[in-house]
Design a protein around this ligand. Structure first.
Ligand code: G3I
Length: 361
């Protein structure tokens, strides 16, 4: 995959993989260029209002990202305020930002057991699930065909604690349609946009020393094998990559072997929601930044040296805009620092760790 289109200035400076400028305050690694040299699309999740309302952040996104993900704008609760109506405003605004930056989108996501509007579960219980799912996917995928290059078609469908032999999550979708809901989703997405890369997304696959994650890897492989055996058009596994700052990294041969097994099925590997929670890391911001950077480095070193990776996107790009502020705040009241760029849009140790990982992969 060639490096994405860059503005002349960016390309000029980017040839060095560094960017100097007042907005950054210091030279910042140009992550999309460094990753692009290895055929990897680097990008981030965004909310449209964060880019539209903040010119400095918009400039950082434009400089750093070769692909963008709508953090929330393409979820059911955003797109479907009622069963009868679609609301494409947020998703269209994200698509407009992608077009302005001449970059593609990673669509997130066509089916999830969360972010469901209040009317949806009752409608599923009334037997309207298959029609709703097919119509939703057909409408949304066709609308963004050409700007979305890849989709999280189904998200977080494995939950071993629900006790099913196949390890599938007992979600409203599974209750309504049985396991075939996954088949329906992928088939509908491929019909709507045969050119899009179709992924199955999940978390909790990253750590070698977490028994539940090791077991989940086995369940995930069995699921992917079964889908492929039945010619269901799953083409990629999207590892979310939500990593934990206050525990040692454990990204070793287990993770590499798992990724090799997934590639052995003919599937591509996407890292789609990478971040490192510093909610419970003790110490100064500088010390926390170094721990976070080391975890980014260890994870990416394991993933990138295991074999080809299609894309790496972080779940936000700057600590100025991260949902972890809301959902995983620090008890000491300090701002959270999970992302490569700080609140003032300056590169942190994590940004340089990403650059080194891409550069050495
Ligand atoms: O936009 C509304 C706003 O109008 C309203 O005033 C406010 C209070 O109700 O809610 C706002 O919507 C929130 C939205 O984030 C935007 O901030 C939703 O309530 C809230 O549920 C939503 O949380 C998102 C969460 O997924 C659930 O959709 C997070 O931002 C987002 O980071 C998180 O991302 C997920 C991935 O999609 C899947 N993998 C895990 C990852 C982290 O949980």
């Amino acid at each position: 995959m060639s490096a994405p289109h860059l503005s002349r200035r960016t390309a000029l400076v980017g040839g060095l993989g560094l960017l100097a400028g007042p907005a950054c305050g210091q030279s910042a690694p140009l992550l999309q260029v460094i990753a692009g040299r290895k055929g990897i699309l680097f990008g981030a999740a965004i909310e449209p209002q964060s880019v539209e309302g903040d010119a400095d952040f918009a400039a950082l996104i434009a400089r750093q990202c070769a692909i963008l993900t709508p953090e929330n704008a393409m979820k059911w609760d955003a797109l479907r305020p009622t069963e009868a109506a679609f609301d494409f405003d947020g998703a269209d605004r994200v698509a407009a930002i992608a077009r302005t930056n001449s970059v593609p989108l990673h669509g997130h996501g066509l089916l999830w057991h969360e972010a469901m509007p209040d009317w949806l579960a009752p409608a599923l219980r009334k037997g309207r699930g298959e029609g709703l799912l097919r119509d939703h996917i057909d409408t949304v995928v066709r609308r963004y065909s050409g700007v979305v290059r890849s989709w999280d078609v189904v998200n977080e469908v494995v939950e071993r604690n629900d006790g099913r032999p196949d390890g599938l999550r007992i979600s409203p979708w599974l209750k309504a349609l049985g396991p075939d809901y996954i088949d329906i989703a992928f088939a509908a997405a491929q019909t709507a946009d045969p050119g899009a890369l179709l992924a199955l997304s999940d978390y909790g696959l990253e750590y070698d020393d977490e028994p539940w994650m090791v077991e989940k890897r086995g369940t995930m492989l069995a699921l992917l094998r079964d889908l492929l055996r039945r010619n269901i058009p799953v083409q990629a596994l999207a590892l979310q990559g939500h990593l934990i700052g206050d525990r040692p990294p454990a990204f070793g041969s287990g993770l590499k072997d798992f990724l090799d097994a997934v590639r052995g099925l003919g599937l591509k590997i996407l890292i789609t929601e990478l971040d490192v929670s510093d909610q419970n890391i003790q110490g100064s911001a500088q010390g926390r930044d170094q721990i976070v950077a080391d975890i980014y480095a260890r994870f990416l070193e394991a993933v990138l040296t295991s074999g080809p990776v299609e894309m790496v996107t972080t779940w936000g790009l700057s600590d100025r805009y991260t949902s972890k502020s809301t959902f995983f705040p620090r008890s000491d009241g300090d701002g959270v620092r999970p992302l490569p760029f700080d609140f003032d849009l300056r590169p942190k140790a994590a940004a340089y760790a990403l650059a080194r990982a891409f550069g050495s992969s």
